[in-house]
Design a protein around this ligand. Structure first.
Ligand code: NAI
Ligand code: MG
Length: 403
Protein backbone atom coordinates (compact mmCIF):
# COMPACT_ATOMS: atom_id res chain seq x y z
CA UNK A 1 0.00 0.00 0.00
CA UNK A 2 1.48 3.38 -0.92
CA UNK A 3 2.05 5.64 2.04
CA UNK A 4 0.33 8.66 0.54
CA UNK A 5 -3.00 9.43 -1.05
CA UNK A 6 -3.15 12.52 -3.23
CA UNK A 7 -6.38 14.11 -4.41
CA UNK A 8 -5.96 15.11 -8.06
CA UNK A 9 -8.11 17.93 -9.39
CA UNK A 10 -7.19 18.59 -13.03
CA UNK A 11 -10.13 20.99 -13.42
CA UNK A 12 -10.59 22.73 -16.77
CA UNK A 13 -8.68 23.34 -19.99
CA UNK A 14 -4.94 22.80 -19.82
CA UNK A 15 -5.24 21.63 -16.21
CA UNK A 16 -6.17 18.30 -17.80
CA UNK A 17 -3.05 18.37 -19.94
CA UNK A 18 -0.43 19.25 -17.36
CA UNK A 19 -1.54 17.38 -14.26
CA UNK A 20 -1.03 13.87 -15.73
CA UNK A 21 2.48 14.96 -16.80
CA UNK A 22 3.34 15.84 -13.20
CA UNK A 23 2.22 12.39 -12.11
CA UNK A 24 4.55 10.75 -14.66
CA UNK A 25 7.40 12.70 -13.09
CA UNK A 26 6.33 11.78 -9.55
CA UNK A 27 6.30 8.13 -10.64
CA UNK A 28 9.75 8.51 -12.14
CA UNK A 29 11.31 9.68 -8.86
CA UNK A 30 9.75 6.72 -7.08
CA UNK A 31 7.00 8.58 -5.24
CA UNK A 32 4.43 5.96 -4.38
CA UNK A 33 0.92 7.27 -3.99
CA UNK A 34 -2.72 6.51 -4.60
CA UNK A 35 -4.22 9.21 -6.76
CA UNK A 36 -7.90 9.93 -6.19
CA UNK A 37 -9.64 12.01 -8.86
CA UNK A 38 -11.91 14.85 -7.73
CA UNK A 39 -14.22 17.03 -9.83
CA UNK A 40 -13.81 20.79 -9.85
CA UNK A 41 -14.42 23.70 -12.20
CA UNK A 42 -16.67 25.02 -14.92
CA UNK A 43 -18.41 21.76 -15.84
CA UNK A 44 -19.43 21.37 -12.20
CA UNK A 45 -20.78 24.91 -12.20
CA UNK A 46 -22.81 24.35 -15.37
CA UNK A 47 -24.25 21.00 -14.31
CA UNK A 48 -24.47 21.36 -10.54
CA UNK A 49 -24.46 25.09 -9.87
CA UNK A 50 -21.36 24.62 -7.74
CA UNK A 51 -17.78 24.68 -9.05
CA UNK A 52 -16.47 22.99 -5.90
CA UNK A 53 -18.80 20.05 -5.15
CA UNK A 54 -19.16 18.80 -1.60
CA UNK A 55 -17.68 15.40 -2.62
CA UNK A 56 -14.43 17.12 -3.60
CA UNK A 57 -14.28 18.98 -0.29
CA UNK A 58 -14.84 15.65 1.47
CA UNK A 59 -11.98 13.95 -0.41
CA UNK A 60 -9.63 16.78 0.54
CA UNK A 61 -10.78 16.61 4.14
CA UNK A 62 -10.06 12.90 4.14
CA UNK A 63 -6.73 12.78 2.30
CA UNK A 64 -5.30 16.22 3.20
CA UNK A 65 -3.02 16.70 0.16
CA UNK A 66 -4.17 17.84 -3.27
CA UNK A 67 -2.72 18.53 -6.69
CA UNK A 68 -4.77 21.01 -8.67
CA UNK A 69 -4.49 21.96 -12.35
CA UNK A 70 -6.57 25.01 -13.21
CA UNK A 71 -10.13 26.15 -13.54
CA UNK A 72 -12.02 28.41 -15.89
CA UNK A 73 -14.05 31.18 -14.38
CA UNK A 74 -16.14 33.76 -16.19
CA UNK A 75 -17.77 37.07 -15.28
CA UNK A 76 -21.12 37.08 -13.49
CA UNK A 77 -23.39 37.47 -16.51
CA UNK A 78 -21.67 34.74 -18.56
CA UNK A 79 -21.67 32.41 -15.57
CA UNK A 80 -25.40 32.87 -15.17
CA UNK A 81 -26.01 32.41 -18.91
CA UNK A 82 -24.10 29.11 -19.08
CA UNK A 83 -25.76 27.52 -16.07
CA UNK A 84 -27.90 24.54 -17.11
CA UNK A 85 -31.52 25.63 -17.71
CA UNK A 86 -32.85 23.53 -14.80
CA UNK A 87 -30.63 25.47 -12.36
CA UNK A 88 -31.27 28.98 -13.65
CA UNK A 89 -33.01 31.43 -11.37
CA UNK A 90 -32.56 29.17 -8.32
CA UNK A 91 -30.17 31.52 -6.57
CA UNK A 92 -26.94 29.75 -7.55
CA UNK A 93 -24.00 32.10 -7.33
CA UNK A 94 -20.61 31.40 -8.85
CA UNK A 95 -17.64 31.40 -6.48
CA UNK A 96 -14.12 30.64 -7.62
CA UNK A 97 -13.52 27.07 -6.39
CA UNK A 98 -9.86 27.70 -5.63
CA UNK A 99 -10.69 30.78 -3.57
CA UNK A 100 -13.43 28.78 -1.79
CA UNK A 101 -11.06 25.89 -1.15
CA UNK A 102 -8.54 28.25 0.42
CA UNK A 103 -11.24 29.63 2.69
CA UNK A 104 -12.93 26.33 3.62
CA UNK A 105 -9.66 24.70 4.70
CA UNK A 106 -8.06 27.92 5.83
CA UNK A 107 -5.16 27.44 3.41
CA UNK A 108 -3.90 30.77 4.60
CA UNK A 109 -0.28 30.53 3.51
CA UNK A 110 0.40 30.67 -0.20
CA UNK A 111 4.00 30.07 -1.23
CA UNK A 112 5.12 31.10 -4.70
CA UNK A 113 8.80 30.52 -5.44
CA UNK A 114 10.30 32.46 -8.34
CA UNK A 115 13.64 30.87 -9.16
CA UNK A 116 15.50 31.34 -12.40
CA UNK A 117 16.90 28.26 -14.12
CA UNK A 118 20.18 29.09 -15.87
CA UNK A 119 19.81 28.75 -19.62
CA UNK A 120 16.15 29.71 -19.73
CA UNK A 121 15.86 32.20 -22.61
CA UNK A 122 13.01 33.88 -20.74
CA UNK A 123 15.18 34.88 -17.78
CA UNK A 124 15.40 38.56 -16.94
CA UNK A 125 18.44 40.34 -18.38
CA UNK A 126 19.71 43.83 -17.69
CA UNK A 127 21.88 46.23 -19.59
CA UNK A 128 25.21 46.91 -17.91
CA UNK A 129 26.37 50.54 -17.61
CA UNK A 130 29.61 49.47 -19.29
CA UNK A 131 27.78 47.90 -22.24
CA UNK A 132 26.60 44.37 -22.79
CA UNK A 133 24.08 42.52 -20.67
CA UNK A 134 23.96 40.66 -17.41
CA UNK A 135 21.53 38.03 -16.18
CA UNK A 136 21.07 38.34 -12.42
CA UNK A 137 19.92 35.12 -10.80
CA UNK A 138 16.49 35.55 -9.24
CA UNK A 139 15.51 33.54 -6.18
CA UNK A 140 12.53 35.22 -4.55
CA UNK A 141 9.83 33.40 -2.64
CA UNK A 142 6.53 35.21 -2.25
CA UNK A 143 4.43 34.47 0.84
CA UNK A 144 0.93 35.60 0.02
CA UNK A 145 -1.81 35.75 2.63
CA UNK A 146 -4.36 33.56 0.96
CA UNK A 147 -7.74 33.90 2.64
CA UNK A 148 -8.41 37.53 3.47
CA UNK A 149 -7.69 40.99 2.15
CA UNK A 150 -9.55 42.10 -0.94
CA UNK A 151 -10.28 38.48 -1.86
CA UNK A 152 -12.30 37.82 1.29
CA UNK A 153 -15.37 37.98 -0.95
CA UNK A 154 -17.26 40.56 1.08
CA UNK A 155 -18.57 42.72 -1.72
CA UNK A 156 -21.70 44.23 -3.18
CA UNK A 157 -23.04 46.08 -6.13
CA UNK A 158 -25.99 48.06 -4.80
CA UNK A 159 -25.20 47.38 -1.14
CA UNK A 160 -28.16 46.91 1.23
CA UNK A 161 -29.34 49.96 3.15
CA UNK A 162 -27.90 48.69 6.44
CA UNK A 163 -24.45 48.45 4.84
CA UNK A 164 -24.75 51.98 3.48
CA UNK A 165 -25.77 53.19 6.91
CA UNK A 166 -22.83 51.46 8.57
CA UNK A 167 -20.42 52.91 6.02
CA UNK A 168 -21.92 56.39 6.55
CA UNK A 169 -20.43 56.29 10.04
CA UNK A 170 -17.10 56.91 8.30
CA UNK A 171 -16.64 60.55 7.21
CA UNK A 172 -14.81 59.47 4.06
CA UNK A 173 -17.94 57.69 2.84
CA UNK A 174 -19.84 60.97 2.53
CA UNK A 175 -19.27 61.58 -1.23
CA UNK A 176 -20.26 57.98 -2.02
CA UNK A 177 -23.44 58.15 0.04
CA UNK A 178 -25.12 60.09 -2.78
CA UNK A 179 -24.32 57.51 -5.46
CA UNK A 180 -27.26 55.45 -6.73
CA UNK A 181 -27.23 51.84 -5.51
CA UNK A 182 -26.77 50.22 -8.91
CA UNK A 183 -23.86 52.59 -9.60
CA UNK A 184 -22.05 51.68 -6.41
CA UNK A 185 -19.75 48.63 -6.09
CA UNK A 186 -17.90 47.89 -2.87
CA UNK A 187 -15.25 45.26 -2.04
CA UNK A 188 -14.08 45.11 1.54
CA UNK A 189 -10.41 44.66 2.44
CA UNK A 190 -10.18 42.61 5.62
CA UNK A 191 -6.98 41.84 7.53
CA UNK A 192 -7.05 39.99 10.83
CA UNK A 193 -4.11 39.96 13.23
CA UNK A 194 -3.95 36.14 13.55
CA UNK A 195 -3.80 35.69 9.76
CA UNK A 196 -1.17 38.43 9.47
CA UNK A 197 0.84 36.69 12.18
CA UNK A 198 0.53 33.32 10.47
CA UNK A 199 1.79 34.54 7.07
CA UNK A 200 4.62 36.62 8.57
CA UNK A 201 5.71 33.75 10.80
CA UNK A 202 5.70 31.33 7.84
CA UNK A 203 7.78 33.80 5.81
CA UNK A 204 10.44 34.20 8.52
CA UNK A 205 10.55 30.45 9.17
CA UNK A 206 11.16 29.84 5.48
CA UNK A 207 13.86 32.50 5.35
CA UNK A 208 15.65 30.91 8.28
CA UNK A 209 15.29 27.33 7.04
CA UNK A 210 16.61 28.08 3.56
CA UNK A 211 19.09 30.82 4.43
CA UNK A 212 17.44 33.82 2.76
CA UNK A 213 19.11 37.03 3.85
CA UNK A 214 16.01 39.21 4.23
CA UNK A 215 12.23 39.26 4.50
CA UNK A 216 10.42 42.11 2.77
CA UNK A 217 6.94 43.18 3.78
CA UNK A 218 5.32 44.56 0.62
CA UNK A 219 2.22 46.63 1.39
CA UNK A 220 1.05 50.26 1.21
CA UNK A 221 0.76 51.40 4.84
CA UNK A 222 1.10 55.10 4.00
CA UNK A 223 -2.31 54.99 2.27
CA UNK A 224 -4.03 51.81 3.48
CA UNK A 225 -3.25 52.84 7.02
CA UNK A 226 -5.44 50.29 8.77
CA UNK A 227 -5.06 47.08 6.76
CA UNK A 228 -1.53 47.47 5.35
CA UNK A 229 -0.68 49.20 8.63
CA UNK A 230 -1.59 46.06 10.55
CA UNK A 231 0.37 43.80 8.17
CA UNK A 232 3.49 45.94 8.63
CA UNK A 233 3.08 46.22 12.38
CA UNK A 234 2.75 42.43 12.71
CA UNK A 235 5.76 41.83 10.44
CA UNK A 236 7.85 44.05 12.74
CA UNK A 237 6.62 42.15 15.80
CA UNK A 238 7.42 38.76 14.28
CA UNK A 239 10.86 39.94 13.14
CA UNK A 240 11.86 40.50 16.78
CA UNK A 241 12.05 36.71 17.12
CA UNK A 242 14.32 36.48 14.04
CA UNK A 243 16.91 39.07 14.87
CA UNK A 244 19.38 37.57 12.37
CA UNK A 245 17.03 38.26 9.44
CA UNK A 246 16.41 41.92 8.60
CA UNK A 247 12.90 43.07 7.70
CA UNK A 248 12.68 45.37 4.71
CA UNK A 249 9.55 47.31 3.96
CA UNK A 250 8.47 48.26 0.44
CA UNK A 251 5.32 49.72 -1.07
CA UNK A 252 3.61 47.53 -3.63
CA UNK A 253 3.86 50.18 -6.37
CA UNK A 254 7.55 50.86 -5.80
CA UNK A 255 8.24 47.13 -5.49
CA UNK A 256 6.97 46.50 -9.01
CA UNK A 257 9.52 49.04 -10.23
CA UNK A 258 12.37 47.63 -8.14
CA UNK A 259 11.73 44.12 -9.25
CA UNK A 260 13.06 44.91 -12.71
CA UNK A 261 15.82 47.10 -11.30
CA UNK A 262 17.38 44.81 -8.71
CA UNK A 263 15.36 41.58 -8.42
CA UNK A 264 18.36 39.63 -7.14
CA UNK A 265 18.33 41.67 -3.91
CA UNK A 266 15.04 40.17 -2.73
CA UNK A 267 14.66 36.91 -0.84
CA UNK A 268 11.42 36.20 0.95
CA UNK A 269 8.60 38.67 0.30
CA UNK A 270 5.42 38.68 2.35
CA UNK A 271 2.19 40.42 1.35
CA UNK A 272 -1.55 40.43 1.74
CA UNK A 273 -3.74 38.57 -0.74
CA UNK A 274 -4.10 40.87 -3.76
CA UNK A 275 -0.63 42.41 -3.42
CA UNK A 276 0.90 38.94 -3.08
CA UNK A 277 -0.98 37.83 -6.17
CA UNK A 278 0.31 40.80 -8.15
CA UNK A 279 3.89 40.70 -6.97
CA UNK A 280 4.23 36.93 -7.44
CA UNK A 281 3.02 37.14 -11.05
CA UNK A 282 5.36 40.06 -11.61
CA UNK A 283 8.35 38.14 -10.24
CA UNK A 284 7.29 35.06 -12.24
CA UNK A 285 7.75 37.17 -15.35
CA UNK A 286 11.47 37.44 -14.54
CA UNK A 287 12.01 33.69 -14.40
CA UNK A 288 10.02 32.38 -17.33
CA UNK A 289 6.44 33.44 -16.76
CA UNK A 290 3.39 31.30 -16.23
CA UNK A 291 5.04 28.18 -17.64
CA UNK A 292 7.38 28.21 -14.64
CA UNK A 293 5.25 29.61 -11.81
CA UNK A 294 4.40 27.04 -9.14
CA UNK A 295 2.57 27.45 -5.86
CA UNK A 296 1.43 25.79 -2.68
CA UNK A 297 -1.67 26.68 -0.61
CA UNK A 298 -0.94 25.53 2.89
CA UNK A 299 -3.16 25.25 5.94
CA UNK A 300 -2.87 23.52 9.30
CA UNK A 301 -4.48 20.32 8.00
CA UNK A 302 -4.76 20.46 4.24
CA UNK A 303 -2.41 21.59 1.48
CA UNK A 304 -3.07 22.00 -2.23
CA UNK A 305 -0.36 22.55 -4.86
CA UNK A 306 -1.05 24.19 -8.22
CA UNK A 307 0.58 26.10 -11.04
CA UNK A 308 -0.40 29.74 -10.85
CA UNK A 309 -1.58 29.76 -14.45
CA UNK A 310 -5.19 29.30 -15.42
CA UNK A 311 -6.92 26.99 -17.87
CA UNK A 312 -5.66 28.78 -21.04
CA UNK A 313 -8.82 27.86 -23.00
CA UNK A 314 -7.34 28.84 -26.34
CA UNK A 315 -4.84 25.97 -26.12
CA UNK A 316 -7.03 23.48 -24.32
CA UNK A 317 -8.27 21.67 -27.44
CA UNK A 318 -4.92 21.31 -29.19
CA UNK A 319 -3.77 17.79 -29.84
CA UNK A 320 -0.95 17.28 -29.16
CA UNK A 321 -0.97 19.82 -26.34
CA UNK A 322 1.62 22.57 -26.51
CA UNK A 323 1.67 24.22 -23.10
CA UNK A 324 4.60 24.07 -20.74
CA UNK A 325 4.12 21.43 -18.02
CA UNK A 326 7.02 22.74 -15.88
CA UNK A 327 4.87 24.95 -13.60
CA UNK A 328 2.70 21.97 -12.75
CA UNK A 329 5.71 19.69 -12.28
CA UNK A 330 7.37 22.26 -10.00
CA UNK A 331 4.12 22.42 -8.01
CA UNK A 332 4.29 18.65 -7.59
CA UNK A 333 7.89 19.08 -6.37
CA UNK A 334 6.61 21.56 -3.76
CA UNK A 335 4.17 18.87 -2.65
CA UNK A 336 7.08 16.46 -2.22
CA UNK A 337 8.86 19.04 -0.02
CA UNK A 338 5.72 19.51 2.03
CA UNK A 339 5.40 15.83 2.81
CA UNK A 340 9.08 15.51 3.57
CA UNK A 341 10.21 13.78 0.35
CA UNK A 342 12.91 16.38 -0.16
CA UNK A 343 15.37 14.09 -1.96
CA UNK A 344 12.76 13.33 -4.57
CA UNK A 345 11.84 16.98 -5.02
CA UNK A 346 15.51 17.84 -5.49
CA UNK A 347 15.73 15.21 -8.23
CA UNK A 348 12.72 16.74 -9.99
CA UNK A 349 14.20 20.24 -9.89
CA UNK A 350 17.63 19.00 -11.00
CA UNK A 351 16.05 17.21 -13.95
CA UNK A 352 14.16 20.37 -14.98
CA UNK A 353 17.31 22.44 -14.52
CA UNK A 354 19.26 20.03 -16.74
CA UNK A 355 16.65 20.15 -19.54
CA UNK A 356 16.49 23.95 -19.39
CA UNK A 357 20.28 24.31 -19.32
CA UNK A 358 20.70 21.99 -22.27
CA UNK A 359 18.20 24.03 -24.28
CA UNK A 360 17.34 21.33 -26.82
CA UNK A 361 13.71 20.88 -25.75
CA UNK A 362 11.72 24.07 -25.35
CA UNK A 363 7.97 24.64 -25.37
CA UNK A 364 6.60 27.53 -27.43
CA UNK A 365 6.64 29.98 -24.53
CA UNK A 366 10.37 29.38 -24.04
CA UNK A 367 10.98 30.15 -27.70
CA UNK A 368 9.06 33.43 -27.49
CA UNK A 369 6.83 32.43 -30.39
CA UNK A 370 3.03 32.48 -30.48
CA UNK A 371 1.30 29.42 -29.22
CA UNK A 372 -0.92 27.31 -31.44
CA UNK A 373 -0.76 24.20 -33.55
CA UNK A 374 1.82 25.90 -35.79
CA UNK A 375 4.30 26.33 -32.99
CA UNK A 376 5.35 22.67 -33.16
CA UNK A 377 6.33 23.05 -36.82
CA UNK A 378 8.41 26.07 -35.74
CA UNK A 379 10.52 23.89 -33.47
CA UNK A 380 8.59 24.07 -30.20
CA UNK A 381 8.34 20.94 -28.09
CA UNK A 382 4.90 19.64 -27.19
CA UNK A 383 3.80 19.27 -23.58
CA UNK A 384 4.62 15.55 -23.70
CA UNK A 385 8.01 16.09 -25.31
CA UNK A 386 8.96 18.45 -22.48
CA UNK A 387 7.87 15.91 -19.87
CA UNK A 388 9.70 13.16 -21.72
CA UNK A 389 12.90 15.21 -21.70
CA UNK A 390 12.56 15.63 -17.93
CA UNK A 391 11.79 11.92 -17.52
CA UNK A 392 14.87 11.06 -19.57
CA UNK A 393 17.04 13.05 -17.12
CA UNK A 394 15.51 10.93 -14.37
CA UNK A 395 16.63 7.80 -16.17
CA UNK A 396 13.25 6.88 -17.65
CA UNK A 397 13.38 5.71 -21.24
CA UNK A 398 10.48 7.10 -23.20
CA UNK A 399 9.50 6.42 -26.77
CA UNK A 400 9.49 9.52 -28.97
CA UNK A 401 6.11 11.19 -28.72
CA UNK A 402 4.31 12.24 -31.85
CA UNK A 403 4.28 15.97 -32.60
P1 NAI B 1 -4.16 31.73 -18.17
O1 NAI B 1 -3.12 31.60 -17.13
O2 NAI B 1 -5.07 30.59 -18.36
O3 NAI B 1 -3.48 31.99 -19.57
C1 NAI B 1 -2.88 33.20 -19.97
C2 NAI B 1 -1.89 32.93 -21.08
O4 NAI B 1 -0.67 32.50 -20.48
C3 NAI B 1 -2.27 31.78 -22.00
O5 NAI B 1 -3.07 32.19 -23.05
C4 NAI B 1 -0.94 31.33 -22.46
O6 NAI B 1 -0.48 32.19 -23.47
C5 NAI B 1 -0.07 31.49 -21.25
N1 NAI B 1 0.05 30.27 -20.44
C6 NAI B 1 -0.65 29.92 -19.34
N2 NAI B 1 -0.23 28.75 -18.88
C7 NAI B 1 0.76 28.36 -19.70
C8 NAI B 1 1.61 27.22 -19.73
N3 NAI B 1 1.54 26.22 -18.84
N4 NAI B 1 2.49 27.12 -20.75
C9 NAI B 1 2.60 28.08 -21.67
N5 NAI B 1 1.85 29.18 -21.68
C10 NAI B 1 0.94 29.32 -20.70
O7 NAI B 1 -4.98 33.06 -17.85
P2 NAI B 1 -6.24 33.71 -18.57
O8 NAI B 1 -6.18 33.52 -20.05
O9 NAI B 1 -6.32 35.07 -18.03
O10 NAI B 1 -7.49 32.92 -18.02
C11 NAI B 1 -8.03 31.75 -18.62
C12 NAI B 1 -9.00 31.13 -17.64
O11 NAI B 1 -8.28 30.63 -16.52
C13 NAI B 1 -10.02 32.14 -17.09
O12 NAI B 1 -11.26 31.52 -17.04
C14 NAI B 1 -9.50 32.45 -15.71
O13 NAI B 1 -10.53 32.81 -14.84
C15 NAI B 1 -8.85 31.15 -15.32
N6 NAI B 1 -7.77 31.27 -14.32
C16 NAI B 1 -7.69 30.27 -13.40
C17 NAI B 1 -6.67 30.24 -12.48
C18 NAI B 1 -6.56 29.09 -11.56
O14 NAI B 1 -7.05 28.02 -11.89
N7 NAI B 1 -5.93 29.21 -10.42
C19 NAI B 1 -5.68 31.32 -12.43
C20 NAI B 1 -5.79 32.28 -13.50
C21 NAI B 1 -6.82 32.24 -14.39
MG1 MG C 1 -3.66 27.46 -10.98
Amino acid sequence: MPKHTVVTMPGDGIGNQVLPEAIHVLDAVGFEANYVHADIGWECWIKEGNALPERTIELLRQHKVGLFGAITSKPKKEAEAELSPALKGKGHQYFSPIVSMRQIFNLDVCIRPCLSFPGNPLNFIRKKPSGGFEEPGVDAVIFRQNTEGLYAGVEWTNPPETVRQALSLHPKFKPFGKVRGEDLAISVRIITRPAAQSICEAAFQHARKFGYKSVTICEKPNVLRETSGMMEEVAKEVQKRYSDIPLWSTNIDAQTMWLTKNPEDYGVIVASNLFGDVISDAFAGLVGGLGFAASGNIGQEVAVFEPTHGSAPKYAELNPPIVNPIAMILSAAMMLDYIGETEKSLKVRDAIAAVVAEGRVRTYDMLRISGGAKSLAQGAASTTQMTDAILAKLGVRVEAAAG
